[in-house]
Each structure stands twice: as C-alpha cells, then as structure tokens.
Design a protein around this ligand. Sequence first.
Ligand SMILES: *Cc1c(COP(=O)(O)O)cnc(C)c1O
Length: 372
Amino acid sequence: MYAIDRDPLLLTPGPLTTSLRTKQAMLHDWGSWDTAFNHITGEVCRQLLDIVHGGNTHVCVPLQGSGTFSVEAALGTLVPRGGRVLVPNNGAYCARILKILKILGRDAVELPTAEDRPFDPLAIEAALVADPRISHVALVHCETGTGILNPLPEIAAAVARQQRGLIIDAMSSFGAIEIDVRTMPFDALIAASGKCLEGVPGIGFVIAAHAKLEASAGNCHSLAMDLHDQWTYMQKTTQWRFTPPTHVVVALHEALAQYQEEGGLAARGARYQANCQALTQGMARLGLLPYLAAQAQAPIIVTFHAPQHAAYDFLALYQGVRERGFILYPGKLTQIETFRVGCIGALTPQDMVHVVDAIASTLVEMGVLAAP
Ligand SMILES: *Cc1c(COP(=O)(O)O)cnc(C)c1O
C-alpha cells in the first residue's frame, strides 16, 4: 500500500531506531583477544561512568545479554544472601524485580503504589525506619511499563539518611535524565546499550560503588551473572570473561561518540522532550489522551488510552501503522486498554508528527475516527 524505502521506525523503548553510523560500525569482525577491541571496551566503560560523574567512586561492569540479565546480576551480586530489599512497586518492571528476588531467594518487601502515581519518598523512608532489617532499596527510575518518572533525588537522599544501599534500575532513563552520583548516592545503577544511548541491544552494564563491589565476592548464586567475577577478570586481563558481543560493543562506542557530538545528556534529554511534546500535542488533536498526568510523565514513552470505539482493535492499529512505516508498542496495564508510543531512539519531532499522521489515517481507515 505504501512504498517504504527504509526500515520501519521503532516507536518502542528498545530495540529502537539507530543511526546509519551506528549500524555501519557493526560491519567488522573483532577478536576477543584483540587489544584494539579491548581498548574500545575500556573507553565505553569510562564514558558510561562519566555520564553519572562516578569516576572517583564507582566502576562500570558490562555484561552480555538484555537489560534484565544485568538487573538480575546486580541484585544477585550486591545483595548478600541474608539481605532484605524494599521494592516500591508502581509497574511492570518493579514487579519484575520482585520476581527476580523471589527466584534468587532474597527477602523482599513490596511497597505497592498506584500505577499512575510516582513513589512518595516519605513513604519509602518510613518503611526503612519501620524495618531496620531492610538492607537495600531497589528502585525503578523511569517505569517503562507506563512511562512514569519516579523522584530519584529525593529517594536517594532518604535512603542515604537511613544508611541503606540503593540499587537503581535506570534502564530507560540513563543518558537522557540527569543522574549524578555525587548528589544522588547509590550502590549500583543498571542500564543497557539499546535505550537512551541509542546503541543496539545486547549489553547491560552496572555502575557500582567500587567498595561495595569489592565486598560482594561470593554473594552470587550464578557463575555467568557474577558481576564481581566479571569485574575481577576484566581488571586482570582487560578482556570480557566469556565471548563478548563484539558488534554490540563497537556499535555502542559509535553511539556514544554521536551522543557526545549531539551535546551529551542535556541535548539528548531535550530532543526526547521535544519528541514527547510533538507526540502528545498531535495525539490530543485526534482526541487521544495520555494515561499519566503531565507532571508524572517522563519523556521516554507515553501510554495512551485506547479509543473508546467498537471498531478499535490494537492489532489492527498496529498493522495499519506498520504498513505506513512505524512500529508501536502494546500497553502493559491490566485494568484498562492502552497502547504505548516511545519517544527515544534516533528520532526527531518531525518523525513524531509523521507517526501521528500514520495513527490518524489508520484510525480513519478502521472507522474509529471520522475522515478529516
Ligand atoms: C528495558 C527495561 C529493562 C530491561 O528489559 P530487557 O527486555 O531485559 O532489555 C528493565 N527495566 C526497565 C525499566 C526497562 O525499561
């Protein structure tokens, strides 16, 4: 129906649309013993550490796999077997942390919060005061299930006051939303190659307080997930412990060069904010409203209420928009029908205008919207 001479643009929060330069960086083969390759790994780790100003206190440990592998590795390595983790829960990725802790046999305390409400730092602090046996808080910064932004600076301050460890799943915020370890202390932060850094998927990384990582030897339940072992081996050899995802590493290196050229975190965050604004304004003109209040919305992914119309069906919307060159994301809420549109990736506000046009013409074709 539509002749599209490019890959579909991914309006999904990972994998996401990458630049041609990033794709082209993958057109080479690298040996894992090669010093040039291992130099690239070292440079990538240094740059990731710099994004949170952690060079003096923290280290960066990369790990093969999707982001969840690194979340599991961080929890399994840094929480001792006798530890207890407070998990504020306002969405799907918080629930995933609870599931991981259960499988790892680590004690967890859930602090349930409505899915459209950011966490209350006072409630978190009260839970820590009430239970001195809680050793860590595991916090999802941007809950990608809805797109909500949780108040990290205030929570980090509360956790530090109560002298517990903070482990942050910053998967969908790292690189676009300010995180500064000098003012927001944390034990560990987890993110991945294929989100706001606009690399391809395949590596997670954990930025861990050096002293905490050093003290974690022997905690981990698993060989492959043991970040202490991964770190120790890398320090000794400069190599990855097991076969590295070489193409993903060089693509991330190239993506980081473009990140710096664009202007770093401030510029990346501003572009996503402009994408988010172009998207929500265009959708509002179609009568499609976001699930979250504007002040709780991170400029990463937007959850929209599905149109209230008998002819609406997500798969039909997905298919029509796909034919027009864009890929959407289903909703993750159980109670109400929604769909999600990501704002991250190598996309501009102009792309977001085109996405809205594609959604509009598909909904007209489906009979959900009247022809303009
Ligand atoms: C993407 C993401 C993850 C990791 O998901 P994978 O599918 O394993 O890459 C974890 N937490 C959050 C908040 C995320 O957005």
